[in-house]
Design a protein around this ligand. Structure first.
Ligand SMILES: Nc1nc2c(ncn2[C@@H]2O[C@H](COP(=O)(O)OP(=O)(O)OP(=O)(O)O)[C@@H](O)[C@H]2O)c(=O)[nH]1
Ligand SMILES: [Mg+2]
Length: 429
């Protein structure tokens, strides 16, 4: 049976390497390496060193030149690492070459993120999405797993014809199984997505307003949704705590109902495969009326994270959605100038502490404003004979109060714009 190998359980001590091709990008390179450190730590793997290597040009075999590659492999051995994790994306052949050279496990950022996602996925859809992405990642790399068959059989001579054949046959069998499993997973995913599309259609029929909370991982999106809705979503100081979209219904101060969806956090260099995999889940964000973009104001990289999130939103086709920018975690900021400069960069933001409940009222009002005249609060004077209209109001609008005046019913209600037109003739002065 085709299994994606579980690296986190196999390795203990990693050397983290980023190969940079531009010496001017030093700050970015270091920041990316530090983020990789967080990601790898999330998997429970110990970190031996962070290593930034420079290469003048991109080489096919090892990404960097052969001499530099040998140096890095030697460095890993000297630091007793059983794994090298590259921040750069490695092609399957490069990964193989590196494993040959270093004789230890070699993985890249994409695989790290895939493994974290695999640990976190909870709902059926998230699990299927991650499974699919991991299998697609593993498929062209499968030769690596069976390399030992050839080597062992070859009696140290690099593999005799017969033994090499064994390994290759096994790879073929495995590839076939893998493709079958990929197809099956795609079909299952399709079924789950159809169900979700049906639920979404039901919601659209009800014409309930919908917003999505987006932002970099660990910005505080789930905490904010919990605060706004009284829900209890896992919010944790870890990367990618949320992989599933959770939707909660909240009531805004003007009485409107707003559906709010929490989404998976974004990260720099999010593997394209994963953006693809989560596109369906993130569709909720694409279809929302507006977005609440949460920034961790206490993180010096906040602006960079904002750009990353906007970039991913761009890939999803959601960059032009109306957006409220929230500067979160203001409770942790002592230096006012930090907030001032962020507010300079992002005018019209709301200062929030999702944890302490600061700025929540203001955010709710802003949400009402975003919905604008999508729904309005109106008073109607409806003849009692028009039971159809009062019934319409009760089923499609939110009735605040009902009074009787002679033969008329005075109804005060929050009315979605799609039915407002039909009721206009009965507007009360
Ligand atoms: N001090 C402080 N911490 C906060 C605030 N909001 C969230 N946090 C903390 O930040 C961490 C991340 O919060 P989450 O709500 O899980 O963040 P997220 O954006 O949902 O993260 P992912 O699901 O990983 O994308 C948690 O430890 C929260 O307690 C805040 O306003 N102030
Ligand atoms: Mg979350």
């Amino acid at each position: 049976m085709f299994e994606v190998r579980e690296k986190p359980e196999m390795v203990e001590r990693a050397l983290l390497v980023r190969i940079s091709f531009d010496r001017r990008a030093q700050d970015d390179d270091i920041s990316l390496l530090e983020e990789l450190e967080e990601l790898v730590t999330t998997l429970g793997i110990g970190i031996a060193e962070l290593h930034l290597a420079h290469s003048r040009s991109m080489h096919k075999k090892y990404l960097c030149g052969t001499g530099k590659a040998a140096e890095i492999a030697e460095y890993a051995r000297a630091h007793e690492c059983d794994c090298i994790v590259f921040d750069n994306q490695l092609a399957p052949s490069q990964q193989r070459e590196w494993e040959e050279l270093s004789q230890i496990c070699v993985i890249d950022r994409e695989e790290v993120i895939l493994d974290i996602f695999a640990q976190r996925a909870q709902t059926k859809e998230a699990r299927l999405q991650v499974d699919l992405a991991r299998m697609q990642y593993a498929l062209p790399r499968m030769a690596r797993m069976w390399g030992h068959l050839d080597r062992e059989g070859g009696g140290g001579s690099g593999g005799s014809g017969a033994a090499r054949g064994m390994g290759e046959q096994q790879i073929e069998v495995d590839r076939r199984l893998a493709r079958k499993r990929i197809d099956r997973t795609k079909r299952e995913l399709e079924a789950v997505r159809t169900q979700r599309a049906t639920r979404r259609k039901d919601r659209e029929k009800n014409d309930t307003a919908h917003a999505a909370i987006v932002g970099y991982t660990n910005a505080g999106k789930s905490t904010l949704l919990n605060k706004l809705s009284g829900a209890d979503i896992l919010a944790k100081d870890m990367l990618f705590a949320t992989l599933d979209t959770t939707t909660r219904s909240i009531e805004l101060p003007d009485g409107q109902t707003l559906l709010l969806t929490d989404t998976v956090g974004f990260v720099r260099n999010l593997p394209h495969r994963l953006v693809e995999a989560f596109k369906a889940t993130l569709e909720e964000a694409v279809l929302a009326q507006f977005l609440i973009h949460v920034l961790d104001a206490s993180d010096p990289r906040a602006i960079e994270f904002f750009e990353t999130t906007m970039h991913v939103l761009g890939e999803l086709g959601a960059e032009d959605k109306p957006m409220i920018t929230v500067l979160n975690k203001v409770d942790t900021i002592e230096d006012d100038s930090i907030l001032a400069s962020l507010q300079d960069r992002f005018p019209n933001t709301i200062l929030v502490s999702a944890k302490q409940g600061i700025g929540i009222d203001e955010l709710q009002h802003k949400c009402s404003e975003m919905l604008g005249d999508r729904v309005r609060r109106r008073t109607y004077k409806i003849p009692q004979s028009r039971g159809d209209l009062t019934a319409l109001l009760h089923s499609e609008a939110k009735v605040i109060s009902t009074d009787y005046e002679g033969n008329d019913i005075i109804v005060n209600a929050i009315v979605p714009s799609i039915i407002a037109g039909r009721l206009d003739p009965f507007l009360s002065e």
